[in-house]
Ligand binder design. Structure first.
Ligand code: GTR
Length: 348
């Protein structure tokens, strides 16, 4: 419908008048992430009020979402409610790659994503997709919480994002619709991976074929046989219902790919130092809570999936797996030298 010039003018001036009234009251402007500061007539400086969105791919009760919500609650407390963060779970704001692009633009302010897809936007984070670089959870977290781990997170600012914290994501294992009793069975399978170059090489090294696709497409792709297999941790295997179709899981634990909580640099640059501190502190404080949630949920997911009759194959000897993927480590040793050295150092 085409609008007549005069009608448009009336609407514009009405909206502008409403804006003036709003500003005059120092009202909260929500949904846009822009501040609604006090009116010019006020002498004392009024602090900006914000409402931001946080995009999360997992369902509301998933441990990363629980961490997001704790973070949002702490930000609210630390700013006396001036900064409100609304968590949008279940990929309501899009799949991770698209969300990361929006965060770079400042169209979505906050997100929690895996460092897997982030590696396509910030190369150094690709180190986490390298296979078997961490011995266990302790080793991983010793690195993540070291100065080197923080440096890696801080490096995100070069890609228009501000890393706030790492969250736990356990270890990833392969699961398939086809038999998967040993490394030999991986050969020839079509395996979905998170899109990044390290993952493609990893799958090739195992003699399989990598199919990158968004997380939300994996269930139907397994169901229709577009792919044979995928890989993830227990909670994702459970909550995505992949276990209902890919009924064999082999516990090779090839990767430990941490989650990242972050904010757009566009948003960050608008905030006062005081607000930045509140957000950073809230993120740091939410980590222990997220890790507790993770531990409990991981166990619950494993129990549930086992009870559902999934075939769980233990890997007694990891050596053949590590040998098979060694060319991948060799290929990337130069590119990730600094990070790999730091990861090695955290082992001692
Ligand atoms: C999960 C991770 C998600 C997503 C997913 C995937 O473990 O928590 O953020 O990256 O894996 O495989 O796409």
């Amino acid at each position: 419908m085409k609008m007549k010039g005069k009608a448009l003018l009336t609407i514009v001036s009405t909206v502008m008048a409403a804006g003036v009234v709003l500003a005059g009251c120092g009202g909260t402007q929500s949904g846009t992430g822009t501040p609604a500061a006090g009116g010019a007539a006020k002498t004392e400086e009024k602090k900006a009020t914000y409402t931001f969105r946080l995009a999360e791919t997992h369902p509301p009760d998933y441990p990363t979402t629980m961490g997001d919500k704790k973070f949002a609650e702490l930000v609210g407390q630390k700013t006396n409610g001036r900064i409100k963060i609304d968590v949008f779970p279940s990929a309501q704001l899009g799949e991770e790659k698209a969300v990361i692009e929006q965060v770079q633009l400042g169209a979505i302010e906050f997100t929690r994503v895996s460092s897997g897809p982030l590696a396509e936007f910030n190369k150094a984070l690709g180190v986490f997709s390298l296979p078997y670089i961490f011995d266990n959870e302790q080793h991983e977290w010793k690195f993540l919480q070291s100065a080197d781990g923080t440096k890696l997170l801080d490096g995100l600012s070069a890609s228009k994002m501000i890393g706030l914290a790492y969250y736990d994501s356990g270890a990833r294992h392969f699961y398939s619709r086809k038999p998967l009793n040993s490394i030999a069975d991986v050969k020839g399978q079509k395996i979905r991976v998170i899109q990044n170059k390290v993952n493609i090489d990893l799958i090739s090294a195992l003699g399989a074929s990598a199919t990158p696709m968004p997380y939300g497409d994996v269930f139907s792709s397994l169901q229709t046989g577009v792919i044979d297999a995928a890989e993830n941790n227990w909670p994702s295997y459970d909550t995505s219902n992949h276990y209902q179709v890919a009924k064999t899981i082999i516990l090779d634990g090839h990767q430990r790919v941490p989650e990242v909580l972050m904010v757009s640099k566009v948003t960050w640059d608008k905030l006062s130092d005081e607000d930045k501190k509140a957000i950073k502190d809230a993120a740091a404080e939410s980590v222990s809570y997220q890790r507790e949630q993770w531990k409990a949920f991981e166990k619950k997911s494993e129990d549930k999936v086992r009870a559902a009759g999934v075939t769980v194959v233990e890997v007694k000897d990891l050596k053949p797996w590590q040998d098979a993927v060694k060319p991948v480590i060799d290929k990337y040793r130069g590119e990730f030298k600094e990070q790999l050295d730091a990861i090695d150092k955290a082992r001692k």
